[in-house]
Design a protein around this ligand. Structure first.
Ligand code: ZN
Length: 311
């Protein structure tokens, strides 16, 4: 049976980033504005690198080329998911992603559906999800007239909340929020509104027409979380199960082994709190691994919370 593939995060400095990724998880960061840790990434801009075992030093791209069987049945040459931790010390731009069909026709790329698990947040923190326009005409007018407060839907958030953000959903992470983001492996983003900010003296590029194209009206919200299921020493909850990915939360508190089942695809695991043993390996918060396809289950003990995802 294969080993777990532990991954080293790729950290990125950005204007809106903070210090939580270094302080909470001890990641090697380059400065005081670390916005993102790409914790499972097969992107040319920042690859995950295996840290232990016989594949130590290999990138996720290397393994996709040389040992694709590790990941089960995957169409194409790219690992299908991109998983990030995001520390928003300031607001991120309000944005939207196209769906696969629009992206294929207009960008020769794939679209992006994503979801957020709120790892931690400040008191009174909020996010932008969805909009309040009833029709495309109203949407267009609100955007052209820059009536952002009328348009965007701002929601309060709390630690442990979960949000599903299908392609076409207007969204923004806002200040004081640490999230785990599971998404399609794509970086195609249409920026709608950037709070009038300047970067190097200039506003960042906006993509108004394409945004209007891809935002459905009126907004439909998708609640996806199922009721948590409790068992001997664990609680398990499906956060979202959609055609693109399935994401679950596991909370384990047990001195005896708990079995976490998996299918014959890969399983990406993001440990967010606590520590324990998983398949005989010591694992603690801030660590991320992929369980290869031929592993049929994880055996876990300890006090540990993690998010799993697969296609
Ligand atoms: Zn996004």
């Amino acid at each position: 049976m294969s080993e777990l593939l532990f991954m080293k995060p790729f950290c990125r400095e950005v204007i809106w980033g903070g210090t939580a990724l270094h302080e909470k998880y001890g990641y090697e960061t380059q400065g005081d504005h670390t916005g993102e840790a790409w914790v499972v990434s097969d992107r040319p801009e920042g690859q995950s690198v295996v840290t232990r075992g016989k594949y130590a030093g290999k990138t996720l791209k290397d393994l996709m080329k040389e040992h694709k069987e590790l990941f089960g049945d995957i169409d194409g040459e790219e690992f299908p998911l991109l998983i990030k931790l995001i520390d928003a010390h300031d607001h991120l731009s309000v944005q939207v992603h196209p769906d696969d069909e629009y992206a294929r026709v207009h960008e020769n790329d794939r679209g992006k559906t994503e979801c957020w698990y709120i790892v931690d947040c400040a008191e009174n923190a909020d996010i932008v999800i969805g909009h309040k326009a009833q029709t495309k005409e109203e949407l267009t007018a609100m955007i052209r007239e820059e009536r952002w407060d009328d348009l965007i839907n701002v929601m309060p958030i709390h630690k442990g909340d979960f949000f599903f953000i299908p392609s076409g959903t207007v969204h923004a992470v806002r200040r004081g929020t640490l999230i785990l983001e599971v998404q399609q492996n794509c970086n195609l983003t249409y920026r709608l509104y950037d709070y009038g900010r300047l970067q190097d003296g200039k506003p960042r590029e906006l993509h108004i027409d394409k945004s209007i194209d891809v935002i459905p009206c009126p907004q439909v919200y998708h609640g996806t979380e199922e009721e948590p299921v409790k068992g001997e020493g664990f609680t398990r909850q499906i956060l979202v199960s959609c055609p693109l990915f399935e994401v679950e939360k596991w909370e384990i508190s047990s001195e005896t082994e708990v079995k976490v089942p998996k299918n014959n695809s890969f399983l990406a695991v993001n440990v967010l709190e606590g520590k324990g043993m998983i398949n005989g390996e010591p694992v603690e918060e801030g660590e991320h691994f992929i369980a290869p396809a031929d592993i049929t289950e994880l055996t876990v003990k300890g006090n540990i919370m993690f998010i799993t995802s697969h296609i």
